[in-house]
Ligand binder design. Sequence first.
Ligand code: BDR
Ligand code: CA
Length: 310
Amino acid sequence: KLPVIIDCDPGHDDAVMLMLAVGSGLFDIKAITTSAGNQTQAKTLKNALKLKALLDVDIPIYKGCDKPLFRELIIADYVHGEMGMDGPILPEPVIEAEPLPAIEAIAKILTDSPEKVTLVPTGPLTNIATFLLAYPHLKSKIERISLMGGGAFRGNMTPTAEFNIYVDPEAAAVVFNAGVPITMCGLDVTHKALVFQEDIELFRAVGNKTGKVIAELMDFFSIFYRKERTELNGGAALHDPCAIAWLIDPSMFQSKACYVDVELTGKLTLGTTVVDFFDVLKKKPNVDFVYDIDRKKYIKLIYDSIQNLP
Ligand code: BDR
Ligand code: CA
């Protein structure tokens, strides 16, 4: 099993990402750390605890940073709702987060692990950047960072910037310049990783608790997409599970090794991932830039993983 630490801000698509990670049975999930993004840290942490209870897993959950490195937090309640994971009614968590802060937990896990560990961030990169700055010698223990964020040819917060990067661009710049192998599933691929109503009905028809919850999550999540992203023809962009799906089966995707950096000063382009797709800079690629997906295989992978869950 591939050892991973998942850093997320659940979040509807973060929730599906966790379900895929657990249900695939292919990962040794050493920890879940929570980022502030889709909602406040208090709410994303609570949602992670609810998911742990739902999936009945023994994965330690650690609370991450409350706000971006230098900026005020921007949340996406217009997509994810008041609680950050609105839709299904899940019981209030009785379990608690671990006492250790996320950054220290990541350091401890990497230090103790005999093998390199893959990091999977699907929210703003505040925790990962803070970790890299505080423990630079542990970079050698990171196998790869497979993240959801950014985009070469479109944005969703500004015309060119994607939410996770825009919320904490300085953190993103630290991560992209860390010298660690990165897989970037940005909007180029995630706006092709669509879930349609008929897929949602298939998830519901599995008949177990997780199938029902995932369908109710996607019902809520789709409201925003049908209203605000009519270009997607009724599909909702199921972003975050791409970062896990790529680790499971990269052959499902198209990617290109590219040099990528993050814009930190642009008047119109703050928080944009600048992807040198045509290698005009002749710089050493630091990112596997993922830009296409076999959508049917992706949905099937998620569908199959639900069967293995409670
Ligand atoms: C990203 O932003 C969040 O709203 C989603 O969970 C995803 O990680 C998409 O831009
Ligand atoms: Ca997310």
